[in-house]
Structure formats: structure tokens, C-alpha cells
Design a protein around this ligand. Structure first.
Ligand SMILES: *Cc1c(COP(=O)(O)O)cnc(C)c1O
Length: 390
């Protein structure tokens, strides 16, 4: 076993093939750099991949969250529930619209939002307190959106699924049907990111998926300044140039060449997912009985393994030792309510004990499709050594 590596191993990274380069280069020579045909091609292929009726490609995952919140009508009166263990954007999108975020603590085994605690919170609150919920398929472990749907219906909430970690992930519902993350069956809207550490890279990029035609049409307008040219939507007719701005939108468009890259990557998504699962299995078996805790994967799910997280004692020391050995492990995430910005809004340490306990121990190990078997072995032997000397 080698103790030195030729390169450092990040926790996640993109892979770019010759086919990707060709796809992008081809678009650079075409008529459109943005708003050309490759946007719709990528949208259609992505919608098909996750099993949703519609997809809207946008400039990044955060823009996808912002537009989704706007389309769902989030405004200054809105209060929305999310998990503290996620990337800041999952909650920030509500604040962008002037609404309020409320955190519900996580399940200790999966670190996903605890649906029992969501239920308790809803039942303890006056009717109409909450407008919606933003669950996150954290690490790639699908949220049980079927149970969440019944709960949401009982209390009149919409569901915006942050599926950034889970393209290709799915769970089996109570009828035995496979439900893919982002398929629009239980959540009104789902969003994805194509940042290079995610499953599919487009540089920057994001996607919103839905089965709701009204939301879809609203999203299309919001993506481009709230402007429409659709004759059936216009209030008057003044000539071929005529268009109307009907709502306050943004420029959250993605370029044609980014979509060509995303689309080319999408064609390999299943292959990448298979490798991620294979690596997770090797880690799972190697860490059995070691001085660390593995995360729980529920029976009915097919995990998409954006992240492979373990929980360890003396995490800071483990992190430093892994870095010193060239393994660029990461921590996902610092609980949202512990960031100074959210603390100024009134949140404090002790408010969400399971999220805080999880954060004190979690560390994300390298997990990406081009990780070699030798690198996986090196990560395993280093982790085993380090957790015993921490
Ligand atoms: C990456 C990510 C986002 C934001 O996506 P960007 O494309 O970086 O804006 C939002 N939520 C989660 C859970 C993410 O992992």
C-alpha cells in the first residue's frame, strides 16, 4: 500500500470526456450561445431522466430555488420549514422573497429532516402558520415524499424538494411503485444543481422539474424577466415585436453551451451512479466494525450517493490528519442555524440538538465516479488508521 499519492483526492469532482468537449465546441460554432436549441434539448432529456413532465433549466441551483419559491408564491407573509443540515441556499431562497424560514431537527440515523418532528410541529401550530416545506434529499438519500405529501395535504402546504444531491435516486412507495427524486408525483417542484461537485456538471447550472403546467409556464416567464411573447398570454396585440412583462422576473438563463455539456454528461449519469454505489458498498464493507459510525440507509431507497458521510469522534483531528495524508475530506454541513446570519434572526446553539450532534462528528469522504480502486483503498486504510489515532 502506497502512503504517498500523486495527487490529492478531493471529496467530489467532475469528469469531462472527449464527448463532452466535442459537444461544447460544436455549440460554440453555432448561431446561439444562449437561448438556442440546446436548452430545450437538455430540459427534455432531463425531464425524461427523472420522470417529470416538465423541466426548466436555469443558471444555477440557487436560482432554481429562488424561482421555485417565487412560483409557489413565497412572499413577506410566508413561513416555510426546512432542514438545518443542508447548503444555505435551501433556506435562503425563502428569505430572498421576504419570507421566514423555520428549521425542524433531523433524524439521527440519516440526518434528513425528521418527518415525525415535522408532523409534531405542524400539529402544535395554529392552522395556516406554514405555507410550505423544503425537504432535501441529503447526501443522495431520497426523502419519503409520499408520507410528506399526506402530511402537507392535511396542513395545506406545498413541497419544494431540493434534490441537488439525488439525480437518479429513488424510493419504493407504499404501492410498490418506484418514485424517482424530482419526478413531480409528490412534490410540486424539485430542483437540481449542475455545479461540478454534483452528479452532472455544466459549470454553473440548475434545473426545476414539475408535473404542473401552470407552475411550469410561470417559471419560464420568471427565468426571463417576467416577459412573455406567447400570443395566448398577451393582453394586447401591437405587432411582431410585441412582448409584455407581466411579473417581476430575473435573468436566470443558462447558456446553450452549458446545456450541451449538461446533456452530454446526462448520457453518462447512470454509469456514474453505478460507480458511486459500488464505491459506497466498498466503504460500507471496509468500515464494518471500525471505530466510526456509518449513516443509516433506509430499506426502501436507492441512494444516489452524492456524498459518503461517516461520523467520528475527534472530528477536527480526523479532518486534519486526512488532509495531511492528501485526502481532502469535507464537512457537510455546518447547521444553518449556527451561521451568524441566522443567529441574528434569533436561532441559537441548542435549538436543534440532533443536527448539532451530527455536525460535531460528520465528515464526507471522497465520492465521485472517477475515483480509482487504488484511491478507494488508500482512503479506507488512511481512515482506519486515523480514527484509531485521533
Ligand atoms: C449545490 C446545492 C445547492 C445550490 O446549487 P448551486 O448550483 O451551487 O447554486 C442547493 N442545495 C443543495 C442541497 C446543494 O447541494
Amino acid at each position: 500500500m502506497s502512503t504517498t499519492l500523486l495527487r490529492q483526492i478531493p471529496y467530489g469532482r467532475q469528469s469531462i470526456t472527449e464527448a463532452d468537449v466535442e459537444a461544447v465546441t460544436k455549440v460554440l460554432g453555432e448561431d446561439f450561445l444562449t437561448q438556442g436549441p440546446h436548452v430545450a434539448e437538455f430540459e427534455n432529456a432531463f425531464a425524461k431522466y427523472v420522470g417529470a413532465s416538465y423541466a426548466v433549466a436555469v443558471s444555477n441551483g440557487t436560482a432554481a430555488l429562488h424561482l421555485a419559491a417565487l412560483a409557489l408564491g413565497v412572499g413577506p407573509q410566508s413561513k416555510v420549514i426546512t432542514t438545518p443540515i443542508t447548503f444555505a441556499a435551501s433556506g435562503n431562497c425563502v428569505l430572498y422573497c421576504g419570507g421566514q424560514i423555520d428549521f425542524v431537527d433531523v433524524d439521527q440515523g440519516t440526518a434528513l429532516i425528521d418527518l415525525e418532528k415535522v408532523k409534531d410541529r405542524l400539529e402544535a401550530s395554529p392552522k395556516g402558520t406554514y405555507d410550505g416545506i423544503i425537504p432535501v434529499d441529503f447526501t443522495g438519500h431520497p426523502v419519503h415524499t409520499e408520507s410528506l405529501r399526506s402530511l402537507a395535504d392535511e396542513h395545506g402546504l406545498w413541497i419544494l424538494e431540493d434534490a441537488c444531491h439525488a439525480p437518479g435516486g429513488h424510493f419504493t412507495d407504499t404501492q410498490g411503485v418506484i418514485q424517482k427524486c424530482g419526478n413531480g408525483v409528490f412534490a410540486e417542484l424539485s430542483i437540481f444543481s449542475f455545479h461540478p461537485v454534483k452528479h452532472i456538471a455544466s459549470g454553473e447550472g440548475g434545473m426545476i422539474t414539475t408535473n404542473d403546467l401552470d407552475l411550469y409556464e410561470k417559471l419560464l416567464m420568471l427565468r426571463t424577466h417576467g416577459i412573455t411573447k406567447d400570443p395566448k398570454r398577451l393582453t394586447r396585440e401591437e405587432g411582431g415585436w410585441y412582448h409584455e412583462m407581466q411579473m417581476l422576473g430575473y435573468n436566470y438563463r443558462i447558456t446553450d453551451f452549458q446545456c450541451a455539456l449538461g446533456h452530454s454528461q446526462l448520457l453518462r449519469a447512470d454509469e456514474g451512479l453505478r460507480r458511486r454505489k459500488q464505491i459506497a458498498k466498498i466503504y460500507d464493507e471496509a468500515f464494518e466494525g471500525e471505530n466510526l459510525q456509518k449513516m443509516i440507509v433506509e430499506e426502501r431507497v436507492s441512494h444516489a450517493y452524492h456524498l459518503y458521510v461517516i461520523k467520528v469522534e475527534h472530528r477536527r483531528n480526523v479532518y486534519d490528519q486526512l488532509r495531511a495524508a492528501g485526502i481532502l475530506a469535507q464537512v457537510h454541513y455546518i447547521p444553518m442555524h449556527l451561521h451568524p446570519y441566522y443567529q441574528e434572526l434569533g436561532w441559537k446553539k441548542g435549538d436543534l440538538p440532533f443536527a448539532e450532534e451530527y455536525y460535531s462528528k460528520c465528515i464526507s469522504l471522497p465520492m465521485f465516479p472517477t475515483l480509482t480502486d487504488d484511491e478507494v483503498d488508500y482512503v479506507i486504510s488512511t481512515v482506519k488508521r486515523v480514527v484509531n489515532n485521533a
